[in-house]
Design a protein around this ligand. Structure first.
Ligand code: GLA
Length: 640
C-alpha cells in the first residue's frame, strides 16, 4: 500500500496525513495550500536545545539512584547547572515490571530505594523527582513506543532487565500510552521523556525472541533497511498519540519529548512537528568515526531544526574512549560540533570521574551561548569536504559564529573568507576565539593551521553583505519545510560510514538512514551541489524540490525578494514550475512558469506586516519516473 502510493507520486508527509485523516479530510487537504501558520512543533519546553545529563552513555542500563544523584550533585556544585545543564534523565534500566492486572508500572526498587512506598507492589519516583526539583533540576524518564524495550530486544545480556511473565515484561507504552504518561508526568512528576522505537521494529515472526516465546510478536512497522516496508504513517501516529497524552497530562506545557527513531521512518519530515528533539542516527559510541557518522546525519539538516524541535545526533560521549581526558582535542571537537549545530547538550559521563579540564569543557560559556542562542539557527555548512569543514551559525544579534573542523589525521590549512560569513570582503571582520578568548581580525580572508581532529571556533563580527535584511539561508530556524517535496525518501550518501562497534565487520555494513538526500537545503541544492540556474551560480539561497511549501517567520520584514528557477541539478528538463509567495495565507505574488535551462526570474512581494510568509513551488504534472525536480529560491531574503 505504502510502496504503491509513494510511486504514484504522493509525498510521505501527505501520505501520512491521509492515512490518519478521515476520508472527508483526504479530499480537502492540498499540502501546498498555504495555511498562514507555523506548523513546526512549539509545544513542550525546548525553545533552546535541551541541556542536561543522561545515564545511558555513562552506565548503559546499569543505572541506580546513587549514580544518578552523584552526577546531579556534581552538576549543581561545579556550576554546570548554573551554566544551563538542567535536566537529569534516566534512560533504560529503571523498570522492574508492569503489574498485572492493572498495568501499573513498577520501578526496580533495589536500584532506586527511594521508590519504595511500603505498600506491597507499589513504587513511586516522586521522592526522586522531588529531590531533583528541590535542587533546581528537571527530571527525565525513558520508555519505548512498542510493548518491549531496546534493551530487552537487542541487548538481553544487559543488567536490570524487566522481570516476570510475558505481560509483566511488556514495559513499553504500546496500549498504555495514557496510563503511563499520566503516571510518569502527573503522578511521578517527570518533566521529560525519551521514547525509543525498538518495540515496533524487532519482534517480527522471524525474531528469535518471538520464536522462543520471550515476547509477544509485533509485526514490525519499521524496517531499517527498507523504507517501502516501513509504515511511516503508523509510526508517526503512535508518536503523535504520545505527544497528545503529554499535552493532556502537562497542562502547564512544561515538558520535553524526545523522539528516538534513529533517522528511520522518514522521521526528518515529521518529528519536527511532533516532538522536541529527534534522533537522526543510530547510537553514538565513544569512537571518533562513530561520532562523525552521527554528526553527519544532522549536518545538512539545518532547515529541519527550529526552536521547539531540534535535530538530535545523540548524547555526548565526552569523557570516554576517543573523547577521554587524554584526548581533549577530540573531546573539544565533539562538544563544539554539537554546540554549533544546536544539538541537545546531554552529558553522558559518570561525572565522579571528571577532571577539572573536562568540567571546564562542559562549562565553556562561549560554546554554551552559541548552542543556546535565542535565534535557534543551526549552523549551515559554508564549506564541505571530508577533510575540513567550515560551519557558520547566525546568532540572534545578527553576528555569526564559525567552526573550522579538521576531520582527519593530518594538520590542515584552512582559509576562512568573508564570503563564508556572508560579510563584505572590503571591511574588517573581528573574530573572538572561543577556546581562549583571543581576538584577531581580517579583511577578505585569513588562514589557519588546524591540528588533526581539531575544531577552531570563533564569533565573527563584520559588515553584512546584505545590510538591509536577512537571507533566509542565514536563518534556518525561521524556515520550516512544511512540505519538502520528497516523494521517495532516500538514504543520504554523504554520511561517514563508520564500523558499528557493537557489530564489527560482520555482515555488510551500516546503511545510512532515509531522507537525508533530497531535503531542503540552505545555500545548496537538495543534492548538495551548488545552487545554479541556467549555468549561473547562485551563492546564497534555498534549494528544495518542487511541490514544496516553506513556512517562514516574517519577523516584521516589509518585503520578500528572490530570483527563482529550476536548478541545473534537475534531470527532468521538461516540467514547468510556478513559484508563489503568500503572506498569512494570502497570495502575494505568482511567477510565470519556468523550466530547466531558463534564466532565474525575480520575484518580489510587499509583505504588509505578514507574520508567516509561505514559499510554494509547484511543478505541473508528474515527471518521468516520478523524478524529483530541484528548484532554487535564489538570494531569498526578507528586507526591512
Ligand atoms: C536505544 C537508544 C539508546 C538507548 C538504548 C537503551 O539503542 O537509541 O539511546 O536509549 O536504546 O536500551
Amino acid at each position: 500500500m505504502i510502496g504503491r502510493t509513494l510511486r504514484n507520486g504522493l509525498s510521505a508527509a501527505v501520505l501520512a496525513a491521509m492515512m490518519v485523516a478521515p476520508a472527508s479530510a483526504q479530499t480537502r487537504r492540498d499540502p501546498l495550500a498555504p495555511t498562514g501558520r507555523w506548523s513546526a512543533n512549539t509545544a513542550g519546553r525546548a525553545a533552546t536545545p535541551p541541556m542536561g545529563w543522561n545515564s545511558w552513555n555513562a552506565f548503559y542500563s546499569d543505572v541506580d539512584e546513587e549514580k544518578v544523584m552523584a552526577s546531579a550533585k556534581i552538576i549543581a556544585d561545579s556550576g554546570l547547572q548554573a551554566a544551563g545543564y538542567r535536566s537529569i534523565n534516566i534512560d533504560d534500566g529503571w523498570w522492574l515490571r508492569r503489574r498485572q492486572p492493572d498495568g501499573r508500572m513498577v520501578i526496580r526498587a533495589d536500584k532506586f530505594p527511594s521508590a519504595r512506598t511500603g505498600r506491597d507492589g507499589e513504587t513511586t519516583f516522586r521522592p526522586l523527582t522531588d529531590r531533583l526539583h528541590s535542587m533546581g533540576f528537571r527530571a527525565g524518564i525513558y520508555s519505548d513506543i512498542g510493548r518491549n524495550s531496546c534493551g530487552q530486544i537487542y541487548t538481553p545480556n544487559f543488567a536490570n532487565q524487566p522481570e516476570g511473565t510475558i505481560a509483566e515484561r511488556e514495559v513499553g507504552l504500546y496500549g498504555h500510552v495514557d496510563q503511563d504518561i499520566r503516571l510518569y508526568f502527573a503522578e511521578w512528576g517527570f518533566d521529560a521523556i525519551k521514547v525509543d522505537g525498538c518495540g515496533v521494529r524487532g519482534l517480527g515472526a522471524d525474531s528469535d525472541h518471538v520464536k522462543k516465546g520471550d515476547y509477544r510478536q509485533f509485526d514490525p512497522l519499521i524496517d531499517m533497511n527498507a523504507i517501502g516496508r516501513t509504515d511511516i504513517a503508523r509510526v508517526r501516529g503512535l508518536y503523535q498519540e504520545v505527544a497528545d497524552a503529554l499535552k493532556r497530562h502537562n497542562p502547564d506545557g512544561d515538558y520535553m519529548y524526545s523522539v528516538c527513531l534513529w533517522g528511520s521512518s522518514n522521521v526528518r519530515a515529521w518529528a519536527k512537528d511532533v516532538g522536541n528533539i529527534s534522533r537522526t542516527s543510530d547510537d553514538i559510541t565513544s569512537n571518533w568515526a562513530r561520532m562523525l557518522t552521527n554528526f553527519d546525519t544532522t549536518l545538512t539538516r539545518a532547515l529541519y531544526a527550529h526552536p521547539g524541535s531540534w535535530n538530535d545526533p545523540d548524547m555526548l560521549f565526552v569523557g570516554q574512549g576517543d573523547f577521554d581526558k587524554d584526548h581533549m582535542t577530540e573531546a573539544r571537537s565533539h562538544f563544539a560540533l554539537w554546540a554549533i549545530t544546536n544539538a541537545p547538550l546531554l552529558i553522558g559521563y559518570d561525572l565522579r570521574k571528571a577532571t577539572r579540564e573536562q568540567l571546564a569543557l562542559f562549562g565553556n560559556k562561549g560554546l554554551i551561548a552559541l548552542n543556546q542562542d535565542a535565534g535557534g539557527h543551526q549552523a549551515v555548512p559554508a564549506y564541505l569536504s571530508d577533510d575540513v569543514q567550515v560551519l557558520v551559525k547566525t546568532l540572534a544579534n545578527g553576528e555569526k559564529a564559525v567552526a573550522l573542523f579538521n576531520r582527519g589525521l593530518a594538520p590542515m590549512k584552512a582559509v576562512l573568507t568573508a564570503e563564508h560569513l556572508k560579510m563584505r570582503a572590503d571591511r574588517p571582520v573581528a573574530l573572538i576565539d572561543l577556546w581562549g578568548g583571543k581576538a584577531r581580525s581580517f579583511t577578505g580572508e585569513t588562514s589557519f593551521e588546524i591540528a588533526p581532529r581539531e575544531t577552531l571556533v570563533f564569533t565573527a563580527k563584520g559588515t553584512r553583505s546584505l545590510e538591509a535584511g536577512m537571507y533566509l539561508s542565514e536563518v534556518p530556524g525561521d524556515v520550516n519545510p512544511a512540505e519538502d517535496g520528497v516523494v521517495v525518501p532516500k538514504a543520504d550518501p554523504t554520511i561517514h560510514h563508520s564500523v558499528i562497534p557493537w557489530v564489527g565487520t560482520k555482515g555488510r555494513g551500516e546503511h545510512p538512514q532515509y531522507a537525508g538526500w533530497g531535503g531542503a537545503q540552505a545555500d545548496r541544492s537538495p543534492f548538495l551541489t551548488p545552487l545554479r540556474v541556467a549555468g549561473t551560480r547562485i551563492d546564497t539561497g534555498l534549494g528544495v524540490l518542487a511541490n514544496s511549501r516553506l513556512e517562514v517567520q516574517g519577523r516584521g520584514a516589509s518585503r520578500f525578494a528572490a530570483t527563482v528557477g529550476v536548478d541545473d541539478a534537475a534531470s527532468d528538463r521538461t516540467r514547468a514550475v510556478v513559484f508563489e509567495v503568500y503572506g498569512d495565507g494570502r497570495l502575494l505574488k505568482r511567477s510565470a512558469p519556468v523550466r530547466a535551462g531558463q534564466a532565474a526570474v525575480p520575484i518580489e512581494a510587499e509583505l504588509g506586516g505578514a507574520r508567516i510568509v509561505e514559499l510554494v513551488a509547484r511543478a505541473a504534472g508528474r515527471g518521468p519516473a516520478g523524478e524529483a525536480l530541484p528548484v532554487v529560491w535564489g538570494e531569498a531574503r526578507l528586507l526591512r
